[in-house]
Design a protein around this ligand. Sequence first.
Ligand code: 5GP
Length: 208
Amino acid sequence: MSVPGLLIVISGPSGTGKGTICKSLFQRRPDIFFSVSATTRPPRDGEVEGVHYHFKDRTTFEAMLARDEFLEWALVYGNYYGTPRRPVMDALAAGKDVLLEIDVQGALKVKEKAPEGVYIFIVPPSLDILRKRITGRGTDTATVIEKRMGEALSELAHMPEYDYVVVNDVVAEAVDRVLSIIIAEKCRSHRFRLVSDSGPDGPLVEAK
Ligand code: 5GP
């Protein structure tokens, strides 16, 4: 029987730079299965169907919802986003570590179902930087930016519900911290059992 992989959930308010952290993680740990979400938001320049997202129209997304195909889903700024359940469960069952990069509402829903996962909260170094990142995204009006700032601040209040916090000041350092968390998490004693019958040369412990 294969050992189930570790479910890693990276989350935080939008504008914290979690997407950038995940891109860099992907380069450094290509063995991790990165879940590709479905969304009803239109593709941005350079985004590729099936790589960045599975782009769906509303009717198709709602049909997937009705068939209970998502591990979690959320409405983020008027668009649906959801984690397709099957690929995640298959990868975990095959012993792969799986990473979800999702918003705060979605992360808390997954935590209810899978508390054995590791939940990492990414925070921006300051309010000024958060505002710059939210503003820098496009051509949003001042009202929209204020609304997003308000939402980001109320999402920050969920920090204590996560296992780990990473401040995204210098991206490379934030990525190092996330990688360290993943390594430490895989070394937790509850993930191992002693082996009594593997002989003098055999391993003393095995992963549960
Ligand atoms: P963006 O449109 O900028 O790619 O993503 C907007 C927000 O939706 C980000 O906070 C991102 O983490 C979140 N998100 C992306 N995919 C999912 C998903 O499958 N489920 C949930 N709950 N949030 C998601």
